[in-house]
Design a protein around this ligand. Structure first.
Ligand SMILES: [Zn+2]
Ligand SMILES: [Zn+2]
Length: 56
């Protein structure tokens, strides 16, 4: 079983409450995972497949 890591801070997701998972809005190839902390501070994430940077 793969451990989930936040796409922004690379922290392991240990408690999935408040964690969001979604496909890259641009290419849909990778799954972006954001921990509650990064969601709260609107930390950037980057898609490893297409280089898309969010949250916008
Ligand atoms: Zn995080
Ligand atoms: Zn992408």
């Amino acid at each position: 079983m793969n451990k989930l890591r936040c796409s922004s801070c690379k922290e392991e997701i240990t408690n999935q409450r408040g964690t969001v998972k979604f496909k890259c809005p641009k290419c849909g190839k990778t799954e972006i995972i954001r921990c509650p902390h990064c969601k709260k501070i609107a930390a950037k994430y980057k898609c490893s497949a297409c280089g898309f940077e969010g949250p916008n």
